[in-house]
Design a protein around this ligand. Structure first.
Ligand code: DGP
Length: 126
């Protein structure tokens, strides 16, 4: 089977500059911007620039440089947002919805960073 990447997805358009975004950070291989429908006072999405559909796709097929860049970008965004628990921040949650059970809306890997309120239990009862 494998993954087929749809280059017409909304994040691909953001990466090509066809749609604006509220940018938080850009690195060689990653981009972070604010979610258009925030579900917490702080809600930022971090995406790789490469054509990856889900986290497993990225983790298995991305280069070491892309993976290192993405992981560091996540850390840098947490720092920029002031949410690091070890630095006086109130903490945060990372979410990466994948596929149908994960209720993934946009088929380009993204990690949600959410903070600024008590986020409740990890998943809803269903
Ligand atoms: P999900 O695929 O379910 O993990 O969530 C996708 C998220 O992407 C959702 O929280 C809303 C956000 N989103 C969708 N379209 C846009 C857009 O055009 N711009 C921005 N900044 N966020 C978007």
């Amino acid at each position: 089977m494998g993954y087929e990447y749809d280059d017409q997805n909304i994040f691909a358009k953001i990466l090509r500059g066809e749609i604006p975004c509220d940018k938080v950070l850009e690195t060689e291989h990653s981009l972070a911007f604010r979610d258009i429908r925030p579900q917490a006072p702080v809600h930022v999405l971090v995406i790789p620039k490469g054509a990856y559909v889900t986290h497993d796709h990225f983790a298995l097929e991305a280069s070491d440089a892309e993976i290192a860049d993405f992981t560091r970008a996540l850390g840098q965004v947490c720092k920029l947002l002031g949410v690091q628990p070890g630095e006086g921040g109130s903490g945060y949650r990372l979410i990466s919805n994948s596929g149908d059970d994960g209720v993934q809306e946009v088929p380009h890997l993204h990690v949600h960073i959410m903070s600024g309120r008590m986020l409740g239990r990890m998943v809803s009862p269903g």
